[in-house]
Write a protein of this length. Structure first.
Length: 132
């Protein structure tokens, strides 16, 4: 066998969600940080990364363009940020109850394109708030 590794798809994940909530539980800031990691021995150019984010069943970002032309070097990662605000407009009548809990479920769906490949993205996780 040759010593050259076969190319692999980039890894996309939610690296972190910086979550802060107001003391009166009227609103919260959710700063999603997406990581795109390229484990190949060559760089790739992302044509696009588009994502929709749902928090506790409410779509808070729809087809949000996170990049259109970023390069990811060999064996490197790039971070994309998506700041969202949760309040009575996004989650009517239940924002305080949700924010009191301290954790929120989220789902991210989208797609990332690089070279001529389109890769679906689906990520599910939980946002953890610091203690009040």
């Amino acid at each position: 066998p040759s010593g050259v590794a076969a190319p692999v798809l980039p890894v996309i994940r939610v690296r972190h969600v910086e979550a802060t909530r107001e003391g009166d539980l009227r609103s919260a800031e959710l700063d999603f940080r997406f990581e795109v990691r390229n484990d190949n021995f060559f760089g790739i150019k992302l044509s696009s990364f588009v994502a929709s984010v749902t928090v506790e069943g409410v779509e808070m970002a729809t087809d949000q363009v996170l990049t259109n032309g970023e390069k990811v070097a060999a064996n490197q990662s790039v971070i994309f940020e998506l700041p969202l605000e949760m309040d009575n407009e996004t989650h009517p009548k239940k924002v305080r109850k949700l924010l009191r809990r301290g954790n929120l479920g989220y789902r991210v769906v989208g797609k990332i394109r690089y070279h001529d490949i389109e890769q679906p993205v689906e990520l599910v996780g939980e946002v953890q708030f610091p203690e009040l």
